[in-house]
Ligand binder design. Structure first.
Ligand SMILES: Nc1nc2c(c(=O)[nH]1)N[C@H]1C(S)=C(S)[C@@H](COP(=O)(O)O)O[C@H]1N2
Ligand SMILES: [Mo]
Length: 424
């Protein structure tokens, strides 16, 4: 009994965070009456779940979230693509904490649908400018020394619908082609070492086993640096959505190069200029030329709470939360503005801060009920500062689809609703 009582007293003598919010919520559960209730042996009322035993073990052989979390799901934008086989679903960033995306909520991007592959029949072929061509089974691949690394994947088209104007009033749809997992597999350099690179080797082509046979060219330097051939995702096998049984993971680079259902690696001395690096994943610049091989996802951040899906309940004290990331390495700092970029305040970075991984930031905010414009700006370890949309447009115009890493502004209205806006 003494614990709760002492807690209540402590709360009274110090500044209470919940008091204002709870009163506004009608005081039903956490209102002033809660102070007295905390001195009883249990919270007021006796709910059904306390009156009888619950379900037994292995009632759910593979666990899933509470039924009360049923709205926390991947969603798509139906008008965006002609078919669901060549489409994308978005991660509900507004409902997630920390930096890891649960496997069932990892965003999906398919060019020709999800391949469902029998791992016993899957093969990875390595050929081209190497000494020993290889055809590896999954068992072969799992015998190589393994590594586990936490990295994000972001489709370069994330935010691509916002180049001209703010049109999607949703964090899930403006930023949800972004997820982060702990990946387990073999370093690509280990496999290339096993195959023996010839000295003319300069480029590597990677290809998927899906109906799109998606393929991309990668410079050998990146392949030998930090690329992984992975079979594990957050401690279990890759999900089919993420390329089961095997995918390439190219840390920090546009998601498209992280080829799923990986079946072939060819070593050459020049790029292949595949469809996905000529017709797509290039950007039309204002002078009519197209930029290609724009691989790196540069520093970016977004406030995940509040956001259009998570309005502000009432004036009071809040913790503003968000995510920051950079394809060049670690996030060094995140600044947050509450007045549309006039004043900036340093946010706290939550540990761990990992290279080419999502980083969580927080900052306290007392909302006075007045209109506000919230935005976050990431700085990475190279010193690169996340740009405004106005600055990006000065260089790249309004035609691009890819690599919109601009500062996201959320407008808070006096009723607490949150809107996706852009500042001139
Ligand atoms: N084989 C294959 N690999 C692929 C794709 C694909 O359609 N086929 N989509 C790519 C694109 S465009 C992106 S953004 C990422 C998305 O990875 P995810 O679906 O695991 O989120 O996978 C890439 N790898
Ligand atoms: Mo993508």
């Amino acid at each position: 009994m003494s614990g709760p009582i002492r807690q209540v007293r402590l709360h009274k003598s110090r500044r209470s965070i919940l008091r204002i919010g709870a009163a506004m919520a009608g005081g039903a559960v956490l209102g002033p009456a809660a102070g007295a209730a905390a001195m009883e042996s249990s919270p007021p009322g006796e709910p059904d779940w306390t009156k009888s035993t619950g379900s037994g073990v292995v009632d759910l052989p593979y666990g899933k979230p509470s039924e009360f979390e049923k709205d926390v799901i991947r969603r798509n934008v139906p008008w965006l693509t002609a078919t669901p086989e060549s489409s994308v679903s978005f991660t509900p960033l507004q409902s997630l904490d920390g930096i890891i995306t649960p496997n069932g909520l990892f965003f999906e991007r398919y060019h020709a649908g999800r391949a469902d592959i029998d791992p016993r029949q899957h093969r990875l072929m390595i050929h081209g400018l190497i000494e020993r061509p290889l055809i590896l089974t999954m068992d072969d691949i799992m015998r190589f020394p393994s590594v586990s690394r936490i990295h994000f994947i972001e489709c370069p088209a994330n935010g691509g619908m916002e180049w001209r104007e703010a049109q999607l009033n949703s964090l899930q749809f403006t930023h949800g082609m972004l997820s982060c997992a702990e990946w387990t597999g073999v370093k690509l350099s280990t496999l290339l070492d096993e195959a023996g690179l010839k000295k003319e080797a300069k480029w590597v082509m990677v290809e998927g086993a899906d109906a799109a046979r998606m393929n991309r060219s990668l410079p050998l330097e990146k392949c030998l640096d930090d690329c992984l051939v992975v079979y594990g995702q957050n401690g279990e096998a890759l999900r089919p959505e993420q390329g089961y049984p095997l995918r390439l993971l190219v840390p920090g680079w546009e998601g498209n190069v992280s080829v799923k259902w990986l079946r072939r690696i060819k070593v050459g001395d020049e790029p292949w200029f595949s469809r996905e690096e000529t017709s797509k994943y290039t950007e039309l610049m204002p002078d009519g030329k197209a930029r290609g091989f724009t691989w790196v996802n540069e520093a970016k951040s977004v406030i995940t709470s509040p956001c259009p899906e998570k309005p502000v309940a009432a004036p009071g004290l809040y913790e503003v939360r968000g995510l920051a990331w950079s394809g060049h390495g670690k996030v060094k700092a995140v600044d947050v503005s509450f007045d549309g970029g006039v004043n900036w305040h340093s946010a706290r970075l939550q540990e761990p801060v990992l290279s080419k991984a999502l980083t969580r930031f927080t900052i306290p905010w007392r909302w006075d009920g007045q209109p506000a414009l919230l935005g976050s700006r990431a700085v990475d370890e190279t010193g690169y500062v996340q740009p405004t949309i106005a600055d990006l447009r000065k260089v790249r115009g309004t035609n691009p689809i890819y690599h919109n890493n601009s500062i996201q502004t959320w407008q808070i209205k006096p009723d607490g609703k949150v809107f996706d806006v852009q500042l001139g």
